[in-house]
Design a protein around this ligand. Structure first.
Ligand SMILES: [Zn+2]
Length: 163
C-alpha cells in the first residue's frame, strides 16, 4: 500500500516578550517622557541617532544624550504599499532624518496633512509628534514638516514632545 501523509491545518499562537537590551533606555524615555535619546561616543564624540551602545567607528562605549525634537530629511520616499499595521496611513512619507546635532540619521515615518513630494524632500525641516497612547515602540512617534507641527499636536490622539 502506498504511503499517504495525513495533514491537518492548525494555528500556532505564541505569546512572547523580547528585550531591547542596552537600547532599552531609548524606548523607556520615548514612552514615559517623550524624549529622543541618542548616544555620544566617549572617545571620538560622534553622536549616534539611533543610539548605539558602543561607537561603531572606534569601538569605545557611548553615553546617553538627549537630542532635539527637530531634524532635517536626508533622503525620503512616499509609501504606497505597506503592512496591515500602516495600511490606513497610506500614502505617507518615510525617510532618513538627521536630528539637529546628530551625526547619523534615523529611519522614520513622515506624515503630512497635504502629502506631496515637495513636503518630504531632502533638506526639509521636520519635528517629532507623539502618540498620546505610547507603548515604548518606534510607532510611538513620527515626524511632520515643521510648519505643520502646531496643527498635528492639537489633534486629540497626538501631542508634542518635551523640550
Ligand atoms: Zn567613537
Amino acid at each position: 500500500m502506498e504511503f499517504q501523509a495525513h495533514q491537518i491545518r492548525d494555528i500556532l499562537k505564541i505569546n512572547y516578550r523580547y528585550t531591547m537590551g542596552g537600547q532599552s533606555k531609548f524606548f523607556i524615555e520615548l514612552m514615559n517622557n517623550k524624549k529622543l535619546l541618542g548616544t555620544k561616543c566617549t572617545k571620538c564624540g560622534k553622536i549616534w541617532m539611533p543610539p548605539r551602545i558602543n561607537c561603531s567607528e572606534c569601538y569605545e562605549p557611548a553615553e546617553w544624550v538627549e537630542m532635539k525634537q527637530t531634524g532635517t530629511i536626508d533622503v525620503s520616499t512616499i509609501v504606497w504599499y505597506t503592512t496591515s499595521a500602516f495600511i490606513k496611513a497610506i500614502p505617507y512619507g518615510i525617510g532618513f532624518i538627521r536630528l539637529d546635532g546628530a551625526d547619523t540619521a534615523m529611519l522614520q515615518g513622515i506624515f503630512s496633512e497635504n502629502l506631496i513630494p515637495s513636503k518630504v524632500k531632502k533638506g526639509k525641516k521636520v519635528r517629532a509628534v507623539y502618540q498620546k497612547e505610547r507603548e515604548g515602540k518606534m510607532t510611538d512617534f513620527f515626524f511632520v514638516p515643521e510648519d505643520e507641527y502646531e496643527s498635528w499636536i492639537i489633534k486629540s490622539e497626538y501631542e508634542g514632545g518635551s523640550e
